[in-house]
Design a binder for this molecule. Structure first.
Ligand code: AMP
Length: 120
């Protein structure tokens, strides 16, 4: 599979589509999910062209990898959920219903999230 430079997150990175940004650094951008499922629902994406966490884990530099995980924590602290707790979810590929083929993690928080159970 090749990276599609017209995917929605690539277009956000190019400034073609607006996003409500909450964090940005050299390697990472975070913005509110347009289809908010919890009081805090933010997406964290690398600025590089990676399709999935599988792709990112294989090809990203150590600097990109470190920046990404540090950004997740920075966003959680900035939005006030580090103390109460939050969930980080990354869908990877078809079986996980990954809709946007630019690697991203969801940060869910702001209310009790319950346990994690795979669907039947
Ligand atoms: P996933 O199923 O993990 O690929 O999730 C993709 C997420 O991207 C969904 O939660 C969508 O609501 C979100 N999304 C799609 N388009 C946009 C957009 N333009 N701005 C913010 N979030 C978006």
């Amino acid at each position: 599979m090749t990276y599609d430079y017209t995917n929605v997150f690539a277009r956000i990175l190019k400034g073609e589509i607006s996003a409500e940004k909450v964090y940005e650094d050299e390697h990472v951008l975070a913005f509110h999910d347009i289809g908010k499922l919890t009081p805090v629902h933010v997406l964290v994406i690398p600025k590089g062209a990676y399709i999935s966490i599988d792709d990112f884990s294989e090809r990203a530099s150590d600097a990109e990898l470190a920046a990404y995980i540090r950004a997740v924590g920075a966003v959680a602290r900035k939005l006030g959920v580090a103390g109460t707790g939050y969930r980080v979810v990354t869908n990877c590929g078809a079986d996980a219903n990954q809709e946007v083929l630019h690697f991203h993690s969801h940060i869910f928080g702001g209310r009790k999230l319950g346990g994690v159970r795979p669907p039947h």
